[in-house]
Design a protein. Structure first.
Ligand code: G1P
Length: 285
């Protein structure tokens, strides 16, 4: 997405926020890995002239590869040479002016070509911690029922104004399950929020959403909102809220970014032990 990552300035001034490292990999690599693990093989980046570093990351780098090969650094060579598994392709389309998330998604309409599609917002990392791939569960539910799937997570009442908020027909779904939605509203005031189930940034959608986006006027923040197109979809077709099993890290905020670094450092096969010691040391002051 073409957002400039203002919450992470000045770090994101000359590096796309999606390329900021979480330990030793850029954030976008975790997101693409999540998609690949869910069985997605065609990834469409909605990008911007200032974000070519993202496309380059998923491309080869012959000079670097030759150098690593000459030095016998085979471990690193494997990581650099194969950023994607066989059969997975990353392409990009440009958004131009950042007119909102709905506008960004709409840029992919030709690439999506009338197929159901998944939307992943790269600010948010999702780690299932071995509990099961949430995105894969959502795709399975969509395939079985035809109902669009929107991943949701509870947030404290004082934070509902920052998110899309789901309005459910009945009780909230159990973790790993979905429940019918009767509405969704973008960034409501606390007193107007229909629940405290926030839209996390993972969606499995039918192709018709692209047509709805074409007719969606600017909404909250004067931006074309994906949430508004989904509110229209709910009037026409089944849409379900999927309660996640995993946990999220909002890397668009400083706290979330730091939390992600600590989380992934502790899990890292090479430096997990060192990270644990360093955190313990920092706690001792
Ligand atoms: C976007 C969506 C919002 C969703 C949020 C998740 O908002 O419009 O519905 O809850 O992402 O991070 P943004 O954070 O781009 O303002």
């Amino acid at each position: 997405m073409a957002g400039f990552g203002t919450r992470m300035l000045p770090a994101s001034k000359s590096i796309p926020k999606e390329m900021l490292p979480i330990v030793d990999r850029p954030a976008i690599d975790y997101v693409v890995e999540e998609a690949v693990n869910a069985g997605i093989t065609e990834i469409i980046l909605v990008s911007h002239a200032s974000k070519t570093a993202i496309e380059n990351f998923f491309d080869g780098h012959p000079e670097l590869e030759a150098q690593l090969e000459a030095k016998g650094k085979t471990d690193l060579l494997d990581k650099v040479r194969k950023p994607l598994p066989d059969g997975v392709q990353v392409i990009s389309v440009r958004q131009g002016p950042p007119l909102g998330l709905g506008h960004a998604v709409w840029q992919a309409r030709n690439a999506v070509a009338g197929e159901p599609f998944v939307v992943i917002l790269p600010d948010v990392l999702v780690d299932d911690d071995g509990r099961g791939n949430d995105l894969a569960n959502m795709i399975r539910r969509f395939d079985d029922s035809g109902a669009a799937q929107i991943m949701v997570e509870k947030v404290p009442d004082e934070l509902v104004h920052k998110y899309g908020i789901a309005d459910l027909d009945g009780a909230p779904p159990a973790a790993g399950d979905s429940a019918p939605m009767r509405g969704v509203v973008e960034k409501p005031a606390r007193e107007d929020a229909p629940s405290n189930l926030s839209v996390v940034g993972r969606y499995v959608l039918p192709p018709g959403v692209m047509d709805l986006l074409a007719d969606t006027p600017p909404g909250a923040g004067d931006e074309i909102q994906l949430t508004d197109a989904l509110a229209t979809l709910i009037q026409q077709a089944p849409v379900e809220a999927y309660a996640m099993l995993g946990r999220t890290f909002d890397c668009g905020s400083k706290e979330g970014y730091l939390e992600a670094i600590l989380h992934y450092a502790l899990k890292h096969p090479e430096i997990g032990g060192a990270a644990k010691d360093l955190i313990a040391q920092a706690n001792r002051g």
